[in-house]
Design a protein around this ligand. Sequence first.
Ligand code: C5P
Length: 396
Amino acid sequence: MLSGKNVLLAITGSIAAYKSAYLIREFIKKGAQVKVIVTEAALQFVTKVTLSTLSKNPVYKDFIKNEETGQWNNHVDLGSWADLMVIAPATANTISDLVSGKGNSFLLTTFLSCNAPVFVAPAMDLDMFKNKSTQSNIKILSERSVEIIEPTEGELASGLEGKGRMEEPDQIVTIISEYFLNKATLKNINILISAGPTYESIDPVRFIGNHSSGKMGFALANEAQKRGANVELVSGPVNLETPENVIRTNVKSAQQMKKEITDRFKNIDVLIMSAAVADYKPVKEYDNKIKKQEAELNIVLEKTPDILKDLAKIKKKQVVVGFALETENELENARQKMKRKNLDAIILNSLSDNGAGFGYDTNKITLITPSENRKFELKTKDLVAKDILNFIEECI
Ligand code: C5P
């Protein structure tokens, strides 16, 4: 359940901080990416070099990254990068700050910005742990949906015996994996996603294509696998890495995409066609490169098969979602398209907003269903993917 997940590990000033090195390794062994935040006090126990070497990422401590240039670390970006945040070890002091909503350290502002699940693994001496303030702070965090990983009983750094030892790293990872297993909202669901453009050959050298980057479809595939779905991605020519746990098939033309998607259709639960499939292709594909001769060159085009329409016609249990990119009467045209193609929903991409559409990392969508139009703000494509998959979850 942790494969491909972005883990933000925050380390505070407790002797148990030495175990954080093992914790990073456990997460990485499970296929997660780890970024580390430390407090000043944590650096009394572990070094940045150890943590950055193990996590293969720079370690964050302060808001300012470079005093000379004014470059700063962005807590908001880091908070939205994370699929989960773990504060381990968490001292009584940090736990109290988390409750107060303070923002006077990089760790605290990142915690306040983070919408992902947060796990807190307390580590302190037994009396500090038993203290009513600590207990009341832990209770408040728990009521605010922060997951508390209870410390264990045993020998403490003070020489005393009791409850206060941070849970062992392998146990922390098991507890977090189980949490995600229980939240795997798309477990056993087979999702097929198409992405990218198609290339329709004119001759061995030229083709008709479009500017689709494939980023939206890849973000959808990544989010779906994080939610436990079995994900297949049929992609046109794009320059993107396959997300973890996703089976990818590459195609070039609309005809090839149709074949790959049709072959799989009867075994899937959800089809999301985010590919920008060419609507027309040359009637004739020349065997040799067309020579430059006349002032004009006419290429006759014919319609490609409408993959989405053809499959939605024969859908049974499948949820089928398409994308639309309109330049005029956007909402009305997209709604008509949804009806014409017999879809459960259509995602209207806006081209009229800065930062939305082809090539950008952000998108602004309206999710159109037979009963409503849901408008969303401009967001990263990763966050747009979450909105779309929340809708898919409602459907199934
Ligand atoms: O009709 P239009 O091309 O605007 O519809 C866009 C939607 O239809 C997208 O979801 C796209 O993936 C799909 N489509 C298709 N086959 C085509 C053209 C578009 O599946 N030949």
